[in-house]
Design a protein around this ligand. Sequence first.
Ligand code: C2E
Ligand code: CA
Ligand code: CA
Length: 891
Amino acid sequence: MMGFLHSDFDSIIENMINAFAYHKIIIDAAGNPIDYEFIEVNKAFESFTGLKRDFVVGKRVTEVITDIKSDPFNWIDFYGKVALKGISASIEQYSNVLKRWYLINAYSPQKEYFITVFIDISNIKQRENELCEKNDELSQLYEEITASEEELRVQVEELDTLSKRLAKSESRLNRAQAIAHVGNWEIDLMSGQIWGSEEAFKLYGLERKTPFLPLKTVQTIVHPQDRPTLDQALKLLIEQKEKYDVEFRIIRPDNGEERYMHSVAELEIDSNGRQVSVLGVIRDITERTVYERELKSKNEELSSLYEEIMASEEELRQQLDEIQAHREQLLLSKERYKILVNNSKDIIYSYDGEGVFTAVNHMFCEVFGVSEHEAIGKKISQVIDDSDYVKKCNEARVQVCNTLSPCYFQNAYTMKDGTLRHYDITLSPVFDGKRRIVGVTGTNHDMTEIRKNQKLIRHMAYHDPLTGLANRTLLKDRLNTAIVMAKRMGMSIAVAFIDLDNFKKVNDTLGHVVGDELLIDASKRIQFCVREYDTVSRLSGDEFCIIIQSINQQVQVDVLPIMERINTIFCQPFEIDGHSIRLTASIGISIYPHDGETVGELLRNADTAMYKAKELGRNTYCFFNNKMRDELVRKTNIERMLRKALENNEFLLYYQPQYETKTGQLRGFEALIRWNSAEAGFMSPADFIPIAEETGLIVEIGQWVLNTACRLCKKIENKYQKSIIISVNISPIQLRHKEFINMVLDAVKLSEISFCKLELEITENHFIDNADEAIGILKKLREAGIRIALDDFGTGYSSLSYLKKLPINLLKIDKSFIDEIDCQSVQQSLTSSIITLVHNLNIETIAEGIETYEQYEYLLESKCDNLQGYYLGKPVPEHLVDEVIKNHWKV
Ligand code: C2E
Ligand code: CA
Ligand code: CA
């Protein structure tokens, strides 16, 4: 019923005999009470006030009792004090409006709230009023009696009459007192005797044999605890004329009952101002007191209950606050979580145990083209179209539910526009507090771009970006696989190494853009020549390699046609950017298992064969053979020894004399290197110079030659006071070195010879790759005064007209021309023609390799300017140079 209370307590209040009402005070802006509201009332309230609960609850008192403000007692103010100041109040009050008396106890359990517990005491009040009226009457009677007694004393003769009247009055009084349960008494202060009315005796439980009693007797009846109060009151009345109005208990001697008494008394003073007696009335107030006591204890009980309620309410409120705080935190973290989830690039969602969506994020909606509203509450198959995707997801979800552990898998979803998205998916179980699975959460991480990139990276890792051909890594991989297969099947593999012969020149002259185009076109031509299942790869700049698989035991059948095709197709010029470019290919071939059983061996040997092909003349192919292998071994050994030779001082120079034809004078010496290897013994420069060139060691060796030769030149000059020319052979590799000019000039300066005494022998090979650069360098040296000779003239392919461009002082006619002189051939007359033509170009000539008198004579006649050869003098070591000079100058 009360709602806000415990149900037990509800029923206590509900069934209380006291009226109970719970109110809230209404205040105005200034905080003054102006009304109050009924929050709850009990049954007793209804019966005490005649106001029905349903009518009053929720209403204001001014609505329930419209004329309450006209009541002289200001109820609202009264209750206002209770509710606002928290003071309890107890009052007996007549309600003009309800026309009843009430004994009201009011408390405030909480500011602005108050409880009234009350009973209707209209009946008691009525009786009390009657009693008072009767008392008044009684008092009047007393006065009358007193007056009568005075008269009696004075007028004895009228005693009888008065006595009768008195008796009548007494009996009337007794009757009245019996009716009202009020007794009266009188203490004669002179005698200390107490007089009591019949009703007084009855109230005291005494037998009234005589109306007089000693005061003592009465005092013994009074409860010992209350006696001092009573005595004090009497004393104060008599001594200080204070009001006598006491409540006390008696213990009735007739039945031992404890009764509560209320007594009021006055002092009687005679005409002389003497205190004569004390007149009092007594009333038994036991019922009222007990009732009051009960009420009080009930109220106390109520109050303590209220306190308890208040306390537990406080506790509840604290808990509520805590819960509220938790709830707010929860909401906040939920909100944060939601933002996180919704901003995620991953698709995030959750299902319940049945596979029905319970949450999805923005990405989910975006990818699957549904709204959150459309997805939630539906199964995946109702939301997503792609049946393969759905099937895989459902299987994984069932797995998670069965294993109670997360499941990772990959899945692809075909979007509405047809594009395929790849996802790495994680499904995880969701448990409740008792570790029971209640759902599954999922995240899809989009791997589409990563996959695409991975594919690209993989492709880039294995392919040449320019031509799109396999790169070295992929080639090795494929070759490895091919070897394994071939081994099992007893088949052969051919590895063809292709080098574009003059690509570098094209690249340098026409630029990289054209070079790149050329490589692309060349790669296409190569691909065109092979079978579809053969691997074509680009290894570096202008190097390609082909794997020709599962060939017959007869190599020629499969491989030769391919090689022929390549050579043929490369004969046609490439048309790029308006240029018609001739490009040839040198191919070296190695065969598995004949030429090697490993990738490394096969590639190495094909490379070796390719170099051989280059040596054989370009645009051709060459199969690897054992001789090449031996050659390779030899070269490798020489290279190893060469690296130590300089340190070990294994090199020395021989000097071959050159003579002026006209005068027969010694012109100078050609310095020719010799190597007395500690390991391999004496070795010809023809054998080790090419290797020194390949390895670059020639630069250092050449520097040593220059310095040594120049030093000798200076020694001769110093010794004989005559200067001769020293000729030094220069390799194209040396010339290309960026420090070459300085190296030459340093050698001259260091030896302190004149620049014009040093002659550099170069060959036409120097001009093959980069003629302009070579010419530039030589021009600079010539400007410094250094002489330049063109060695081995006639072995290359340059024309005489080409000579005009070269900054040379001397042309060395190759031994092959000189050899022809003896045999009366066409070559013979050619030699003298060359000499004549070269002279026209203002270039001196020298013939080398003169071995016979005939040759000598012929050259003499042909006006060749200088001569060199075994016939005139073999190359000699330094210690024999002196002899050559001495002998000659003796001549
Ligand atoms: P080359 O510059 O043509 O040198 C001439 C070669 O012919 C030398 O061989 C010389 O000994 C040889 N020779 C000279 N007169 C005759 C003759 O009447 N009959 C015959 N049969 N041969 C003759 P060598 O010293 O073995 O040199 C071979 C090549 O090695 C040289 O050819 C040169 O190209 C190269 N060479 C020698 N020394 C050096 C050097 O210090 N530096 C460089 N870069 N190359 C060198
Ligand atoms: Ca030479
Ligand atoms: Ca030569």
